[in-house]
Design a protein around this ligand. Structure first.
Ligand SMILES: [Zn+2]
Length: 182
């Protein structure tokens, strides 16, 4: 896994982890036009965890769920079913096979993250924040990395719950506690 940076004002994403990385290295590229000095450290930490999970899920797809740390077989099969489901849709929507591949990776992995990775990522952010608040105070930073629309579509979360989590996240944002990178 390799971390790099670009500055691209036309791309709204704070980072991207394309599937078509060459060789055995998966590259995570941060966009310095979006992830600026003013970005809250906990937001950036959430993005790093989100993109790292993309990289790991790329690896599991490429290696057919080989170790270290494979997914449980039932969950990997579910991920592959999501992959096929979105691939059929994206084949209709895109002409370039590379676009189909990257959109299918994004769709299936975001659905999987919304299904199973909200609490683990929130737990990592809570640890990063020196366990200052309960877990719910950190979940907004996970959902808001593009997972909310998948969670709403699939019924993993409701609008009311997202609003509640958003309000709780402001306590983390507005306190006087400084993270290493603030
Ligand atoms: Zn993503």
């Amino acid at each position: 896994m390799k971390f790099t940076a670009k500055t691209d004002g036309s791309d709204p994403a704070p980072a991207r982890t394309p599937f078509n990385s060459s060789g055995n290295i998966i590259t995570i590229r941060f966009n310095l036009a979006v992830a600026t000095d003013a970005t809250l450290a906990i937001d950036l930490a959430g993005t790093i965890l989100h993109e790292s999970i993309h990289a790991e899920l790329h690896r599991l797809k490429l290696t057919n769920n080989s170790g270290p740390n494979p997914l449980p077989a039932s969950l990997f099969n579910w991920y592959m079913q999501m992959w096929s489901f979105y691939e059929a849709i994206n084949n209709e929507d895109f002409d370039d096979p590379l676009d189909v591949l990257n959109q299918t990776a994004a769709d299936s992995q975001h659905n999987l993250m919304a299904f199973r990775f909200i609490d683990p990522i929130a737990s990592g952010l809570r640890e990063f924040d020196e366990n200052s608040y309960p877990l719910d105070n950190y979940k907004h930073y996970v959902w808001s990395d593009g997972l909310d629309e998948y969670g709403l579509d699939a019924g993993y979360i409701t609008d009311n719950e997202l609003t509640r989590l958003s309000i709780l996240s402001k306590i983390v944002r507005d306190d006087n506690h400084k993270n290493t990178c603030d």
